[in-house]
Design a protein around this ligand. Structure first.
Ligand code: T68
Length: 828
C-alpha cells in the first residue's frame, strides 16, 4: 500500500561518513572519467558532447551529494522550524554553472577537462534549461530557494515536475509559433526519482457521514479515482557554506490499483489509456501568466502537488510519533500565490478526517501553518474556481471550504453587525457570475500573514484589493520586497564585473552580503575605474552579440546604446508604448523632420513570450517583428536605429542580455506591476532604468537617486484619477502631433506589407480602448527618452551613474528578502 506507510526502514546500520571526490584537478578528472565510463558507458574518444555533459553533471553531483547528506544529518540531529515552500512554478535556469560555483569547482573542472581536450563552455551550452515556470513568479521561487540554501535555512521546496515546461518560442512570418519544450529528451542528470516514496492522491467520488458511539460525526471521503505522485529530488546548493537544501518535484503516474482493475477486465487498451490519463496531470506547464486558466486539469495539478507535499512532510519527514498540535512550531507553508491554496482545506481534511482532530483545534493549527504571498494587482488575475468544478473533483474539500466560510462569516457579522453588504463582499464564495471559490480570500482567511512583493504593491493590496480583510485583520498584512540571487545574476552572469568588484572590494564577501557593493560608491569618481567598468560593459556586449549571431543569425551594431525590454508580453507592461517611441523616432527621420545624424545610435532589444491564447499579445509580437524588419532594412537609418527581437527569451538568454544592457525599460502603467524583478537585475549589472513609478521601480529610484534614474509617466494616484474622470485615448492622439504621426504610420500598413488589418488590432485598441493608458504616458515617455539620449552623450557621467546603480542596489539581493520573510512572517 502506498498511503500512510513509512518507507524508511528502521534497521540499525551505522552511518558511514561521506566524502565527495578530492577537490583537485586529478581527483576531478578521475571522477569524471568514472562517470563517463561507468555512468554513460562510453569511452572518451567515442563520447558525444552530450555524454560529456551528462558525465560532468553527475561528477559535480557527487561533490554536492556529500554535502547534501551531511546537511540532512545535521538538521535531523537538531531540528528547527522549517519552511515548506509551495509553488506551482520554479524557473530554475541552467544548473551546471551554479553547481560548479557552489562546489567551488569551476576552475578545477575547466583545467581538468582541458587536459582531456574538452572545453567546459561547450558542455555548459549543451544544457537545456528546465523552464518549469512562466516568468517572474517562477523565477522568484528559484531565487528564494537559492538564498535559503545560502543562508542555511531549512527549507523543502515543493512543486511539479512538468514533462514539458514553458513552450519554446519561434517566429514564422513574424508571428509567434509555440514548440513543445521537451526538456528531458537528452537526459536529466540533476534529478533523482524516489519511486519508493510515492504518494497516492485521490480525486472525485462522494462523502459519507457516520456517527460514533459518542454521537460524534465522522466524514469519509470515498474517492472514485486516484493517481500516484513520484518525487524527484533536486539539490539546492548554498554557497561556501556546505549546506544543500532539497527541491522535491512531483510526477504523476497511474497507480497499480487503478491499472489492475482495468487490466483484469481484460481491456488492455483502456488500461494504457488510463495510464496516459494519470500522467497528463504533470504533463505540461500552463503557459498562462497573470490570467489564470479555469481549466479542470489545472486544479488537478494544484491539488496533486499540494496533497503529495503535505503527505510527504507529515508522514515521511516528521518523526513517526509527532504530536500534530505542535505542527506550527515545526513548519510554515509559504503559498506562492493562490496556486497552492487548496493546501488549506487539505490540511484540515488530514487533521479532522484522518487524524481525528476536533474542527476547532484543527482550524487553530491550520491557521498558524500558512502564509500567503500575492503577486498581482489585476483583478482578472485572481484565481476563482467554480463550485461545481471543485465539487466534482474534490467533494470533501468543497465541504470544508463551505464550513470555513460559514465560521468566517459569523466572525464578520460579529465584528460588523448589520453590514450584510460587507458579508457578501467578503464571502469566500462568490455568487456571480457563477458560484465560485475565491482562492485569494480563502488564503487571506487562513493565513497568518499576507504579503505583497514591493512596498507600493503591498499598500495597494491592502487598500484596494483586500480592503475589507485589512480592516478586519490589519496585522496580517505586511510587505516583503522581492529580490534576486546575486549568485546567478551577478557572479555567474557577469564574471567580468564580478572580477572588477572583487578587485576593488578586496574579497568575494559581497556574493553573500550584497550590501557590501556600497563600497563601490567611492570608485564612481575614479576615472580609471570608470574606464575599466566601460571595458567590462563593452566585453559583455561583444559576448552577447556573438551569441545572437550564432543563435539567431542577428547582426548587432557594436557601438550603439543597448536599450532592452525583456519580460512577458502583456498589455499592462506596455511593450506597445516602447514600439510607439521607436516608430516615432523612425517617422521623424523619414518625414524629414529630424536628421538621422541627430539620432543617438540605439539598438532596441525585445524579448517576450505571449501566452498562446492571448490574441492582443501575439498581435503585438507580430507588429514589433514587422517594425524591426522594416527599420533594419532601411538604409536611411544607417544602423543608428535598429530593433532586434531574439526568439525564445528565457533565463539562459537573460543571463547574457542583462550584463550587456545600457538602458533598462520598466514602463508598466503605475499600479499594475506588482514588483518586477528584471528591473533589479539590470540595475545590479549597471544599466540605468527608464521607468514609471511602479512596483519595485519606486524603491530602486529611491535607492539610486533621481539623478541616476529616468522617471516618467503618471503616478498611481494620477492613473486612478484619470480613470475616474473617464480616459479617452483618442483625445491624446488628437492633441499630440508626434503621437498622431506615429500611430498613423503604425496603422498605415507601412510595416505590415500594406496589410492594414494586421496592425489594426493593436492600433485600434490603443485608440479606442487603451486600458493601460499608453497614449496618456506617451509624451512624458518621449521626453524621458530625450533625457536618456542627452545623458548617454556624456560618457563619463553615464558611467558614473551606472556604477552608482550597482553600488546602491545591494538591497535587492534575495538574501535580504529571505531575512525579511524570516523576521516578518516565518519566525513570528
Ligand atoms: C509576477 N507574476 C508579477 N505571475 O507580475 C511581477 N500568474 O510583478 C513580480 O515581480 C513577480 O510575479 C514576482 O513577484 C507572475 O509572474 C505568473 O507568472 C503567473 C503564473 C501563473 C498564473 C498566474
Amino acid at each position: 500500500t502506498l498511503l500512510g506507510t513509512r518507507s524508511t526502514p528502521t534497521h540499525a546500520l551505522a552511518a558511514v561518513p561521506v566524502e565527495g571526490p578530492p577537490l583537485t584537478v586529478d581527483g576531478f578528472v578521475e571522477a569524471f572519467l568514472q562517470e563517463l565510463h561507468f555512468g554513460q558507458g562510453v569511452q572518451l574518444d567515442r563520447s558525444t558532447v552530450n555524454d560529456q555533459y551528462l558525465a560532468l553533471a553527475r561528477t559535480v553531483m557527487h561533490y554536492m551529494m556529500a554535502e547534501w547528506l551531511e546537511t540532512g544529518r545535521r538538521r535531523r540531529a537538531e531540528p528547527t522550524k522549517m519552511i515548506g515552500y509551495l509553488s506551482a512554478e520554479y524557473l530554475l535556469g541552467r544548473q551546471l554553472g551554479n553547481a560548479l560555483l557552489a562546489t567551488e569547482l569551476t576552475e578545477v573542472a575547466e583545467e581538468g577537462l582541458a587536459t582531456l581536450g574538452i572545453d567546459l563552455a561547450t558542455l555548459r551550452s549543451q544544457e537545456i534549461e528546465p523552464g518549469l515556470g512562466n516568468g517572474g513568479l517562477g523565477r522568484l521561487a528559484a531565487c528564494f530557494i537559492d538564498s535559503l540554501a545560502v543562508m542555511d535555512v531549512p527549507c523543502i521546496a515543493y512543486g511539479i515536475r512538468y514533462e514539458y515546461g514553458i513552450f519554446r518560442q519561434t517566429f514564422f512570418n513574424n508571428r509567434q509559433l509555440e514548440v513543445p519544450d521537451n526538456w528531458l529528451r537528452l537526459g536529466s542528470p540533476w534529478e533523482f526519482p524516489h519511486p519508493e516514496r510515492a504518494v497516492q492522491v485521490d480525486f472525485g467520488g462522494h462523502t459519507e457521514r457516520t456517527s460514533d458511539e459518542n454521537g460524534r460525526e465522522h466524514v469519509q471521503w470515498v474517492p472514485s479515482w486516484n493517481v500516484q505522485g513520484i518525487p524527484y529530488h533536486y539539490m539546492v546548493p548554498g554557497y561556501d557554506n556546505k549546506a544543500v537544501n532539497t527541491l522535491r518535484l512531483w510526477s504523476a503516474q497511474a497507480t497499480d490499483a487503478f491499472n489492475l482493475q482495468i487490466f483484469n477486465s481484460g481491456d488492455h487498451a483502456e488500461a494504457v489509456r488510463s495510464q496516459t490519463f494519470a500522467e497528463n496531470i504533470s504533463k505540461v506547464l500552463y503557459p498562462e501568466d497573470s490570467t489564470p486558466q479555469g481549466r479542470e486539469l489545472r486544479l488537478q495539478q494544484q491539488y496533486f502537488f499540494v496533497a503529495c507535499s503535505l503527505h510527504d512532510y507529515i508522514e515521511h519527514t516528521l518523526p513517526a510519533d509527532f504530536d500534530l498540535r505542535k505542527l506550527p512550531d515545526q513548519i510554515i507553508w509559504q503559498l506562492n500565490d493562490t496556486h497552492p491554496v487548496i493546501a488549506i482545506p487539505e490540511l484540515m481534511r488530514i487533521l479532522v478526517d484522518v487524524k481525528g482532530f476536533e474542527w476547532a483545534e484543527a482550524w487553530d493549527i491550520t491557521k498558524r501553518c500558512f502564509a500567503y504571498t500575492c503577486h498581482t494587482l489585476l483583478p482578472e488575475a485572481l484565481e476563482v474556481w467554480p463550485v461545481d468544478v471543485i465539487g466534482r473533483l474534490l467533494p470533501r474539500h468543497l465541504e470544508i471550504i463551505f464550513r470555513i466560510n460559514e465560521d468566517f462569516l459569523i466572525e464578520v457579522r460579529e465584528r460588523f453587525p448589520g453590514d450584510e453588504l460587507r458579508v457578501r463582499r467578503m464571502s469566500i464564495i462568490a455568487e456571480h457570475p457563477e458560484r465560485a471559490v475565491r482562492m485569494a480570500y480563502l488564503a487571506s482567511v487562513a493565513a497568518t500573514k499576507i504579503n505583497g512583493v514591493a512596498a507600493l504593491h503591498s499598500e495597494l493590496l491592502r487598500d484596494k484589493v483586500l480592503p475589507d480583510f485589512s480592516e478586519m485583520w490589519p496585522d496580517k498584512f505586511t510587505n516583503v520586497t522581492n529580490g534576486v540571487t546575486p549568485r546567478r545574476f551577478l557572479r555567474l552572469a557577469n564574471p567580468k564585473l564580478s572580477e572588477l568588484i572583487t578587485e576593488v572590494l578586496g574579497d568575494e564577501r559581497w556574493v553573500t552580503d550584497l550590501d557590501r557593493l556600497s563600497g563601490l560608491e567611492a570608485y564612481a569618481d575614479d576615472a580609471s575605474f570608470r574606464e575599466k567598468f566601460r571595458q567590462v560593459k563593452a566585453a559583455n556586449k561583444t559576448r552577447l552579440f556573438e551569441l545572437l549571431k550564432r543563435r539567431d543569425g542577428i547582426d548587432v551594431a557594436p557601438d550603439n546604446m543597448l536599450d532592452v525590454m525583456v519580460k512577458r508580453l502583456h498589455e499592462y507592461k506596455r511593450q506597445s508604448l516602447k514600439l510607439l517611441h521607436i516608430v516615432h523616432l523612425y517617422e521623424s527621420v523619414v518625414s524629414g523632420r529630424r536628421d538621422i545624424s541627430d539620432i543617438v545610435p540605439r539598438t532596441f532589444v525585445f524579448g517576450a513570450k505571449a501566452a498562446p491564447g492571448y490574441h492582443m499579445a501575439k498581435e503585438t509580437i507580430f507588429l514589433i517583428n514587422s517594425v524591426a524588419e522594416k527599420i533594419n532594412s532601411d538604409s536611411r537609418m544607417q544602423g543608428r536605429l535598429a530593433v532586434v527581437f531574439p526568439a525564445n527569451y528565457n533565463v539562459t538568454l537573460a543571463e547574457r542580455l542583462i550584463p550587456a544592457a545600457d538602458l533598462s525599460e520598466q514602463i508598466s502603467l503605475a499600479g499594475k506591476e506588482a514588483s518586477g524583478t528584471g528591473n533589479m537585475k539590470f540595475a545590479l549589472n549597471g544599466a540605468l532604468t527608464i521607468g514609471t513609478d511602479d512596483g519595485a521601480n519606486v524603491e530602486i529610484r529611491k535607492l539610486v537617486g533621481d539623478d541616476h534614474f529616468f522617471l516618467f509617466g503618471m503616478s498611481e494616484p494620477e492613473v486612478a484619477e484619470l480613470g475616474a474622470r473617464g480616459y479617452v485615448p483618442s483625445s491624446f492622439y488628437e492633441q499630440n502631433e508626434d503621437l498622431r504621426r506615429a500611430v498613423d504610420l503604425l496603422g498605415s500598413g507601412e510595416f505590415t506589407g500594406s496589410n492594414r488589418d494586421a496592425a489594426s488590432t493593436v492600433v485600434n485598441d490603443l485608440l479606442w480602448n487603451d486600458r493601460f493608458m499608453a497614449l496618456a504616458d506617451f509624451q512624458s515617455y518621449v521626453e524621458a527618452q530625450a533625457r536618456v539620449d542627452a545623458a548617454y552623450a556624456d560618457t563619463e557621467a553615464w558611467t558614473r551613474s551606472a556604477i552608482l546603480n550597482v553600488a546602491r542596489t545591494g538591497f535587492f539581493s534575495s538574501d535580504r528578502s529571505m531575512r525579511d520573510y524570516l523576521d516578518r512572517i516565518w519566525l513570528r
